[in-house]
Ligand binder design. Structure first.
Ligand code: PRP
Length: 177
């Protein structure tokens, strides 16, 4: 059995926890009087999603969508594929798309256009991480946890070739950039 290499710590657990509380409070305030439909974009955002929704003090429905753009590569292919869809109609719902990371923005641009066509009452985006220098398109990101440099990050749900998702902090794989 091979041991998992330890990525360099970029954002420690305690900072993630604190920032998620702030985001959850902000979202709860913005959605007062409303019911939220939160969409977890698999796979990367499931850990962030689980922590974020537990801080939301509003009526909540959870949905899960699968999108795939990277495969095992560390550079975006720009190709987005829906691999799993919502189980309830989006029509008339107050949707928040929850992502682990917005890198080129191509996945989010595709998802937003796709879901807007279903006529939700409103649609916003919450991403834990944003790489501003990598953005290749103009997408509105309503809630951003951390802005990071253009490094390949893993942990807290994010993977490299399927590994490292269980690491409890955001780390950098220095040899994979
Ligand atoms: C990651 C991430 C976003 C997307 C962002 O998913 O979760 O969905 O890449 O990249 P972009 O802004 O350049 O489009 P990935 O395809 O790695 O799949 P996974 O979440 O299943 O690991």
């Amino acid at each position: 059995m091979t041991a998992l290499a330890h990525p360099r710590v970029l954002i420690p657990e305690s900072k993630i926890r604190q920032r998620i509380l702030e985001l959850a409070n902000e979202i709860s305030y913005d959605y007062r009087g409303k019911e939220i439909t939160a969409i977890c974009v698999l796979k990367g955002s499931y850990i962030f999603f689980a922590d974020l929704i537990r801080g939301l003090a509003r009526p909540l429905n959870c949905e899960f969508m699968g999108v795939s753009s990277y495969g095992t590569k560390t550079v975006s292919s720009g190709e987005v594929k829906i691999t799993l869809d919502m189980t309830e109609p989006a029509n008339g719902k107050h949707i928040i798309i929850v992502e682990d990371i917005v890198d080129t923005g191509l996945t989010m641009q595709y998802l937003l256009n796709h879901l807007k066509a279903r006529k939700p009452a409103s649609i916003k985006v919450c991403t834990l991480l944003l790489k501003p220098e990598s953005m290749k398109c103009d997408v509105q990101l309503d809630y951003v946890g951390f802005r990071i440099a253009n490094e390949f990050v893993v942990g807290y749900g994010l993977d490299y070739a399927g590994s490292y998702r269980q690491i409890p902090y955001i780390g950098v794989l220095d040899n994979e950039t």
